[in-house]
Design a protein around this ligand. Structure first.
Ligand SMILES: [Zn+2]
Length: 265
């Protein structure tokens, strides 16, 4: 079978184990069904910017060309740094209508364990997707806010206690942080400023997440498509945005957003 098209982030469905789908051109590949099979993926030097939709030989960051990365609301400051949100003050960063619809909706602050506990911010209706995208084995909401800015303030204050990044090697090695998330919510609440404590949710439930990934390859190597490149391997697992192969090679599909890839399977 053959499919070709620009790369989007993998679509994870919360089941046990998580079911993973890749949209490629007119095809939707159910990747769990390909575990145990040999697949090859080829990049021939064509990529499409997710903002301006124009063709490039490569993209700059976040699926955008260089111009759009610095100008498009799809890559605005508040995406990676929620505390820089300004839509609640009616202040435009790149496109106020876009920023209002994105920032002015319920957000959550969460703790997720993908090897070590990290703190993160996301929209309330995205929370399970976010946890699965990060390969978290367990996670829980710790605070609920009215907008992205308030959640960003809490996250910034918690960065002294927790990382805000996922360590992908620990995540793929199926490591787990020993700390109890219920106790951490209490610690976290006590460590933030008084005016932010009202947002905390001490009764949230912990979500356990299981992935279609049991074999841990000894020597993990991340493969990237740069220039033109072809990859071939036996798929043995799926976790977060990663395809994991029996050789120990792993591909972070999200980091290739926009690249036109050809899949044979
Ligand atoms: Zn562009």
């Amino acid at each position: 079978m053959y499919a070709e098209g620009p790369t989007f982030k993998l679509f994870n469905v919360l089941k046990s184990p998580v079911q993973v789908y890749a949209e490629i051109g007119e095809h939707i590949l159910h990747l769990n069904a390909l575990i145990g099979r040999s697949i090859s993926i080829e990049f021939r030097g064509l990529a499409i910017c997710k903002s301006c939709k124009r063709d490039f030989a490569s993209l700059f960051r976040m699926g955008c060309c260089k111009k759009c990365f610095f100008e498009s609301p799809l890559a605005g400051d508040s995406i990676l740094r929620p505390e820089l949100s300004r839509a609640h003050l009616n202040i435009e960063d790149r496109d106020l209508d876009h920023e209002k619809s994105f920032q002015l909706q319920p957000h959550v602050v969460y703790l997720a364990d993908a090897g070590q506990i990290k703190v993160g911010v996301t929209r309330l209706d995205q929370v399970h997707n976010r946890w699965m995208d990060q390969g978290a084995g367990r996670a829980r909401i710790i605070a609920k806010t009215n907008n992205r800015y308030e959640a960003g303030l809490i996250e910034v204050e918690l960065k002294s206690l927790y990382s805000d990044k996922t360590n992908w090697r620990q995540m793929l090695n199926n490591k787990s942080d020993g700390r109890d998330l219920g106790e951490e919510v209490i610690n976290a609440r006590e460590s933030v400023s008084n005016n932010l404590r009202e947002f905390f949710d001490l009764d949230g439930e912990q979500q356990e997440i299981h992935y279609d990934y049991t074999a841990t390859p000894g020597n993990i190597n991340s493969f990237s498509f740069k220039g033109s490149a072809k990859f071939k391997g036996d798929l043995c697992g799926l976790k977060g945005q990663y395809l994991i192969f029996s050789s120990g090679a792993v591909i972070n599909l999200r980091s290739h957003e926009g690249l036109v890839l050809s899949w044979s399977y």
